[in-house]
Design a protein around this ligand. Structure first.
Ligand SMILES: NC(=O)C1=CN([C@@H]2O[C@H](COP(=O)(O)OP(=O)(O)OC[C@H]3O[C@@H](n4cnc5c(N)ncnc54)[C@H](O)[C@@H]3O)[C@@H](O)[C@H]2O)C=CC1
Ligand SMILES: O=C(O)CCC(=O)C(=O)O
Length: 414
C-alpha cells in the first residue's frame, strides 16, 4: 500500500474507532469515512517562456454539517488525491477540537513553487481559484495557507475570487496580508498553538522548558516561528531541518541567525556544509521532538529509535498509526497533529469573524483568545485520554469528531 493511501485508510480506522467508542452507529461512519465532495481540476498556466503548462489541483470537502468547510491549500510536487482527502478529514477533527463552526476542507496543486517565477505563481494561484470557484466561498468553503503557500498567494486568490463574484470578498480566504483584512497573529498562530501544547505536555511530564533540548523538523512558517518561541522560552533548539537536510548542534543553534538567513520556502541548510539527513535528525538525542514539515516521517522503521520523551506534531500526518502504537508503548507522550497544529485554523476563524464583522481586533485580543482555546483543548483531550484509557490521538479523534457527528444527526442526515 502506498504511504498516502495508508495515511487515508488509517485515518478512517481511527475515525471508526472514535465513533464506536462514542456510541455512534455504523451509518455515521458511512457518512464520515470519505469527503462529501472531491473536485479535481486541470489548470492551464502560461509560463514565462511562452509555453503552456497544465497543472493538476484538488479541493476536498470532507464535511459541511457543522458549518462551511475550512482548510489550507498546499503547493507541493508530492500533492495527491489520497493526501488531500486525509488532510480534509483532519480539518474536520481540528475544527471540532477547538470548537469552531466549520467542517473540514483542504486543497492542493501539484507543482514546485521553488522552480516558478512570481508571475507564474500568480497565474497558477488565480487559475486554481477560477477552477474551484463554484464550490468555494465565504459561506461554503474557506481556503488558507499551507505548505509552500503564503499571504501573497492568499491575496492573489482573494483578488481573483472578488473579481469573479464582482464584490470585495475578504472572507473568502484567510491568512491574508493585514492590509487586505488579514488578522494579527495568523502568521505565528500555528507555532503559537504548538508552543502551548509543548508547555502543557512538558508540565504533565515534569520537564522544565528552560534548558530542554528541542529538535524541529522543518523551518518554514510553523517550524521557524516555533524555534524562535522555544528559544525565547529558554529551551535549547539543538536541531532543525528543511527539504534538503538538517543542522544539529548539541550546544544549541543560533536561531535568530538562521531565521534571518532562511528563504521564503523555509530553506536554510543549503548554506551549510556539515549537515545531517532529515531521518538522522529525527533520531537525535533530545527531550522534545517536533515534526513540522511533511507527512509519514515517523514510521514503524524509525519509531523504536526516537529518543525524545515528548513528540508534538506540528505537521499534518507526520507519524503513521503503526508508529503511534510503538511510541505509545514506549511511554512517549505523543501530542497529535489535529490538536497541536490547530492554532492556525483557530486564528483563521478569528480572521473570518473579523472580515464578516468588518471590525478588527488587536494583537493582544487574538493572542489571549488563542491561548484560552488551546489550553482548554489540550487539557480536554489529555483528560479524555486518561479517563477513557486511550492514547492522545484516539482521544483527539473522539473529541474532534463529535461536533460534526452531532451536527449531521440534528440535520437528519443520519
Ligand atoms: N501554515 C499553517 O498555518 C499550518 C501548517 N501546518 C502543517 O505544518 C507543516 C509545515 O507547514 P508550513 O510551515 O506552513 O510550510 P512552509 O512551506 O512554510 O515550510 C515547509 C518546511 O518543510 C520543509 N520541507 C518541505 N519538503 C520537505 C521534505 N520532503 N522533507 C523535509 N522537509 C521538507 C521545507 O523546506 C520548509 O522548511 C505542514 O505539514 C502543514 O500542513 C498545520 C497547520 C497549519
Ligand atoms: O487556517 C486554516 O484555515 C487551515 C490551516 C490548515 O490547513 C491546517 O490546519 O492544516
Amino acid at each position: 500500500m502506498s504511504e498516502n493511501l495508508n495515511l487515508f485508510t488509517s485515518t478512517q480506522d481511527v475515525i471508526k474507532e472514535a465513533l464506536t467508542k462514542l456510541g455512534y452507529s455504523e451509518e455515521m461512519y458511512e457518512l464520515l469515512k470519505e469527503p462529501l465532495r472531491m473536485l479535481t481540476v486541470r489548470i492551464p498556466v502560461r509560463m514565462d517562456d511562452g509555453s503552456t503548462k497544465v497543472f493538476t489541483g484538488y479541493r476536498s470537502q470532507h464535511s459541511d454539517a457543522a458549518g462551511p468547510s475550512k482548510g489550507g491549500v498546499r503547493f507541493h510536487p508530492d500533492v495527491n488525491e489520497e493526501e488531500v482527502k486525509a488532510l480534509s478529514m483532519w480539518m474536520t477533527l481540528k475544527a471540532g477540537i477547538v470548537n469552531l463552526p466549520y467542517g473540514g476542507g483542504k486543497g492542493g496543486v501539484v507543482c514546485d513553487p521553488r522552480q516558478m517565477s512570481m508571475g507564474e505563481l500568480e497565474r497558477l494561484s488565480r487559475g486554481y481559484v477560477r477552477a474551484i470557484s463554484q464550490i468555494v466561498g465565504p459561506t461554503k468553503d474557506i481556503p488558507a495557507p499551507d505548505v509552500y503557500t503564503n499571504s501573497q498567494i492568499m491575496a492573489w486568490m482573494m483578488d481573483e475570487y472578488s473579481h469573479i463574484r464582482e464584490f470585495d470578498s475578504p472572507g473568502f480566504i484567510t491568512g491574508k496580508p493585514l492590509v487586505l483584512g488579514g488578522s494579527h497573529g495568523r502568521d505565528k498562530a500555528t507555532a503559537e498553538g504548538v508552543t502551548i501544547c509543548i508547555k502543557e505536555a512538558a508540565k504533565k511530564r515534569g520537564i522544565d522548558i528552560e534548558g530542554a533540548r528541542v529538535v524541529i523538523q522543518g523551518f518554514g512558517n510553523a517550524g521557524s516561528f516555533l524555534a524562535k518561541f522555544m528559544h525565547d522560552a529558554g529551551a535549547k533548539v539543538i536541531g532543525i531541518s528543511d527539504a534538503y537536510g538538517a543542522l544539529h548542534d548539541p550546544n544549541g543553534l543560533d536561531i535568530d541567525y538562521l531565521i534571518d538567513r532562511r528563504d521564503s520556502f523555509g530553506t536554510i541548510t543549503t548554506l551549510f556544509e556539515n549537515t545531517i539527513s532529515n531521518q538522522e535528525l529525527l533520531e537525535v538525542d533530545c527531550d522534545i521532538l517536533v515534526p513540522a514539515a511533511i507527512s509519514n516521517q515517523i514510521t514503524e522503521k524509525n519509531a523504536a529509535n526516537i529518543k525524545a520523551s515528548i513528540v508534538v506534531e506540528a505537521a499534518n500526518g507526520p507519524t503513521t498509526m503503526e508508529a503511534t502504537k510503538i511510541l505509545t508503548e514506549r511511554g512517549i507522550l505523543l501530542v497529535p497533529d489535529v490538536l497541536a497544529s490547530s492554532g492556525g485554523v483557530t486564528v483563521s476563524y478569528f480572521e473570518w469573524v473579523q472580515n464578516n464583522q468588518g471590525y478588527y481586533w488587536t494583537e493582544e485580543e487574538v493572542h489571549e483568545r488563542l491561548h484560552e482555546t488551546l489550553i482548554s483543548a489540550f487539557n480536554n483531550i489529555y483528560e479524555t485520554a486518561q479517563t477513557r484509557g486511550v492514547n492522545m490521538r484516539l482521544a483527539a479523534y473522539m473529541v474532534g469528531v463529535r461536533r460534526t457527528a452531532e451536527a449531521s444527526k440534528f440535520r437528519g442526515w443520519v
